[in-house]
Design a protein around this ligand. Structure first.
Ligand SMILES: [Zn+2]
Length: 188
């Protein structure tokens, strides 16, 4: 089977003369057709339409579902997360990187001043799907005791951190760190 071309939102697909805008695409004033979503390109030579099929597996992903994700980026207003079926196995991603996020207001019931103090890149988080929006993007929340970071790595030497009371400690370099921890933080 021919390998399908994967496109990003806003990526050029065709001129309107060649193919009309089909599913998950839009035509622009410049006479070109662009993708609305991340997915694979499908050109129908009969109907002369170009469409994009979502690469995201939405099976079972809905509001209230508990997911695991890896923190990719910590910004001022939100944490970008890659959702996974199995943490540590990049082949088991269920969404493309950066398409899920935890907005700062969804992090905790306590006041969070700086997201950098409660999440770090590489952390594995247990979160609940709060909202699914077109794009696709997913808003997550960790504002329950059972939600938050379940595994974290030392920001100095990348070794797994161990929990000591409310904090985390690196047994290799001695660094002490804080996170928004889930009740079931992994000690392994
Ligand atoms: Zn360390």
């Amino acid at each position: 089977m021919e390998k399908k071309k994967i496109v990003l939102p806003g990526e050029f697909l065709s001129t309107e003369e060649e193919f009309a805008a089909g599913r998950n695409t839009f035509d622009s004033d410049d006479g070109n057709v662009y993708s609305k979503i991340i997915g694979s390109v499908e050109q129908d030579n009969q109907t002369k339409e170009v469409s994009v099929k979502p690469t995201v597996d939405w099976n079972g992903l809905k509001r209230g579902v508990i997911v695991l994700g890896r923190v990719e980026l910590v910004k001022d207003s939100a944490v970008m997360v890659t959702l996974m079926l199995e943490p540590g196995n990049p082949k088991k991603q269920i969404l493309v990187p950066g398409s899920a996020m935890i907005p700062i207001r969804n992090v905790s019931r306590d006041y969070v001043e700086r997201l950098k103090d409660v999440f770090k890149v590489g952390d594995i988080v247990r979160a609940r799907v709060a909202k699914i929006m077109p794009g696709p993007t997913v808003d997550l929340e960790t504002n329950q005791p059972d939600l938050g970071v379940v595994k974290a790595f030392c920001s100095h030497c990348r070794k797994p951190l161990h929990q000591f009371g409310p904090n985390l400690k690196c047994m290799v370099c001695g660094s002490t760190e804080s996170r928004k921890l889930a009740r079931a933080y992994s000690t392994k």
